[in-house]
Design a protein around this ligand. Structure first.
Ligand SMILES: CCCCCCCCCCC/C=C/C(=O)SCCNC(=O)CCNC(=O)[C@H](O)C(C)(C)COP(=O)(O)OP(=O)(O)OC[C@H]1O[C@@H](n2cnc3c(N)ncnc32)[C@H](O)[C@@H]1OP(=O)(O)O
Ligand SMILES: NC(=O)C1=CN([C@@H]2O[C@H](COP(=O)(O)OP(=O)(O)OC[C@H]3O[C@@H](n4cnc5c(N)ncnc54)[C@H](OP(=O)(O)O)[C@@H]3O)[C@@H](O)[C@H]2O)C=CC1
Length: 286
């Protein structure tokens, strides 16, 4: 693992050529919207979808990051546009759908990869910190889901949503706020998978394990150094592992799957400890 947190994970050069199981026309004629599309996981999803023939709409808060993603993908011949959208602001999400999404001709797949949290013992959370994480990950994801569903209902077309969450089966310690938010996303995804089935909308979640990305910069280097050994496979996953699972479940290959949460986590939902703030003395062996 690199010491430079901005260089964590696969870069554009690697994502442009990474081998894939998908055919080059697997998403031909489709349009894919990726929130957090310039981040680690979202960027890999965007590269894979684009390499499979999809047109891309990427969103994020940081215009510079978005520009660098759009430039790299455009240089590789992909059809991509980027827009600054804060998913916590429902009015900017509505503007995205009324403007760029509609002008592009609509979308077929929404991937919600925007999100994040900070590591802190739950007992020390401030009300503001708790609210920031809930607002970002639960409310923000919901604003995008609802806007997409309205878009598909109003244009009488089917759609597919994939929400990137986290493994919630057992403790991901030091990030209880995000476990609460992501459990909410998983719950609402199950609920609307039923409610929106008559509209031809599928809703699924992917729960990544430890995936090396620039997002890991919020964790101390000593915490990050333990993540690879937090699962039975004793390695971190790659953003490509997540991207292929997203395209599988979000695309026609997942056409009979809805309301599911798929752990892509090296088995960390079954075994392993992840201490984002260090392992307390109580839990030290012997
Ligand atoms: C069984 C489990 C198996 C799985 C194994 C997985 C192993 C991997 C472990 C890691 C798991 C998850 C990894 C990832 O998700 S990495 C990628 C995600 N990316 C990020 O997290 C990006 C970084 N995070 C953020 O951007 C922020 O945390 C946030 C999401 C909150 C951004 O929102 P906002 O911009 O509103 O936040 P602010 O900076 O303005 O802060 C608002 C208040 O939040 C509190 N806060 C923020 N940071 C901290 C901190 N470091 N410590 C304490 N409190 C914090 C604070 O109250 C802020 O208000 P003030 O600034 O006024 O104090
Ligand atoms: N990496 C890992 O080990 C794991 C990651 N995850 C989850 O996967 C998702 C992607 O994470 P990853 O790629 O690693 O992290 P990154 O930090 O690299 O990417 C997250 C992206 O989300 C965007 N984002 C965050 N908040 C907002 C907001 N309010 N509005 C718009 N965009 C926002 C950021 O864009 P910008 O910088 O432009 O604001 C950033 O590019 C996150 O939800 C993360 O929590 C889950 C489990 C493990």
């Amino acid at each position: 693992m690199t010491d430079d947190p901005m260089k964590l994970g696969l870069d554009d050069a690697a994502l442009a050529v990474h081998p894939t199981v998908f055919a080059a026309d697997a998403l031909a004629g489709k349009r894919v919207l990726v929130s957090g599309g310039a981040g680690g996981i979202g960027r890999a999803v965007a590269w894979l979808a684009g390499r499979c023939g999809a047109e891309l709409i990427l969103t994020g808060r940081d215009a510079g990051k978005l520009d660098s993603a759009v430039q790299a993908m455009t240089a590789a011949g992909l059809q991509v546009q980027g827009h600054v959208v804060d998913i916590r602001k429902p009015e900017t999400v509505a503007d995205l759908f009324a403007g760029p999404v509609t002008e592009a001709g609509g979308i077929d797949l929404l991937v919600n990869s925007a999100g994040g949290q900070f590591p802190q013992a739950a007992i020390d959370f401030s009300a503001k910190g708790w609210n920031a994480v809930i607002d970002n990950n639960l409310n923000g994801t919901w604003h995008m889901m609802q806007a997409a569903a309205r878009h598909w209902r109003d244009t009488s077309r089917p759609g597919s949503i994939v929400n990137i969450v986290v493994v919630v089966e057992h403790g991901l310690y030091g990030v209880a706020h995000t476990i609460a938010a992501r459990s909410g996303v998983i719950g609402v995804s199950r609920a609307v998978a039923v409610e929106w089935a008559p509209l031809g909308i599928r809703v699924n979640c992917i729960a990544p394990g430890a995936i090396e990305t620039p997002g890991w910069r919020v964790y101390a280097p000593e915490a990050r150094a333990t993540y690879a050994r937090s699962n039975p496979m004793m390695r971190a996953g790659t953003t490509w592992d997540i991207a292929e699972s997203v395209i599988w479940v979000g695309g026609t290959s997942g056409g009979y799957v809805t309301g599911e949460t798929i752990n892509v986590a090296g088995g960390s939902q079954l075994w392993g400890e992840t201490w984002t703030t260090g392992r307390p003395d109580w839990f030290q062996p012997g």
